[in-house]
Design a binder for this molecule. Structure first.
Ligand SMILES: [Zn+2]
Ligand SMILES: [Zn+2]
Length: 267
């Protein structure tokens, strides 16, 4: 991304690439599409304005960075990290940017989409690697162990509640994989009632904790969290934290479990 130069960019600056930063933060839900001050569409210019400063502060708070509202090298480094393509926020309010103050950092998706059924059938696209199927089935088991869901495989792909696909590049939605802009992320999901997970087949995946590959079960746990209705957590230990690095392996964390139990009112 053009804005991702290790510069110190701050309010009042007019620098090429700021418009890209605005687009990035708008896509992730930090910056309102409407400019709050005068209700116009997001200003597609390179001026580092007040709404952008507030959005950047919110981003820095979420990612546990120094909350300065200045685009510094540490903030840029976070933006470079591989991530899930789902936004971090959905209901951005312009005034009174509220920061999270509770111990629980989990979030629900907007409108709190949930499954009514407790037995969900899942299926993999024909191109899914065998080791990916095994790893994602372990992820299903891990979510089942902390909920009252049962996940069952089905051969009827189209009729499955949860469909898992490994896809290349442009794949029919507006979140292409592998382009110059990492818009599709390493994976993304369509929450209930759709129930579909897209993994970037162009990346190296592993189920053995290899250092130069993304761990399928770890990313699978994250995406299945979306499938069940969870949003992104700012707890870096949580599976629902949006960023993932090569070789990183995670299990469900206390924050994930608290989140899913709260969403489905489980004890
Ligand atoms: Zn995500
Ligand atoms: Zn997709």
């Amino acid at each position: 991304m053009k804005f991702l130069n290790p510069l110190r960019v701050q309010k009042g600056d007019k620098i090429k690439g700021v418009v890209e930063l605005k687009k990035y933060l708008t896509y992730l839900g930090y910056l309102n599409r409407n400019n709050c001050s005068n209700n116009q569409k997001i200003k597609s210019n390179n001026i580092f304005d007040k709404p952008l400063q507030l959005a950047l502060k919110k981003y820095q708070k979420f990612y546990n960075l120094n909350v300065t509202g200045i685009l510094d090298s540490k903030t840029v480094a976070k933006m470079h990290k591989p991530r899930c393509a789902m936004p971090d926020f959905y209901n951005h309010s312009c005034k009174n940017v509220k920061f999270l103050t509770t111990d629980s950092l989990y979030a629900f998706l907007p409108g709190q989409p949930r499954w009514k059924k407790r037995i969900l059938k899942y299926a993999f696209s024909a191109s899914t690697p065998k080791e990916a199927i095994l790893a994602i089935e372990l992820a299903f088991k891990e979510w089942a162990s902390v909920t009252n869901f049962k996940f069952e495989p089905t051969r009827k792909f189209d009729g499955a509640h949860v469909r898992i696909l490994f896809l290349h590049g442009e794949h029919g939605d507006d979140l292409p994989f592998g382009g110059p802009e990492p818009i599709g992320g390493v994976a993304h999901s369509y929450p209930p009632p759709i129930g579909e997970v897209h993994f970037d087949a162009g990346l190296k995946w592993s189920n053995k904790g290899e250092r130069n590959a993304f761990d399928i079960k770890t990313v699978g746990l994250h995406e299945l969290g979306h499938i069940l209705g969870l949003g992104h957590s700012s707890d870096a230990n949580a599976v629902m934290y949006p960023l993932v690095h090569l070789g990183e392996t995670k299990k469900l964390d206390a924050d994930d479990i608290k989140g899913i139990k709260a969403l489905y009112k489980l004890k």
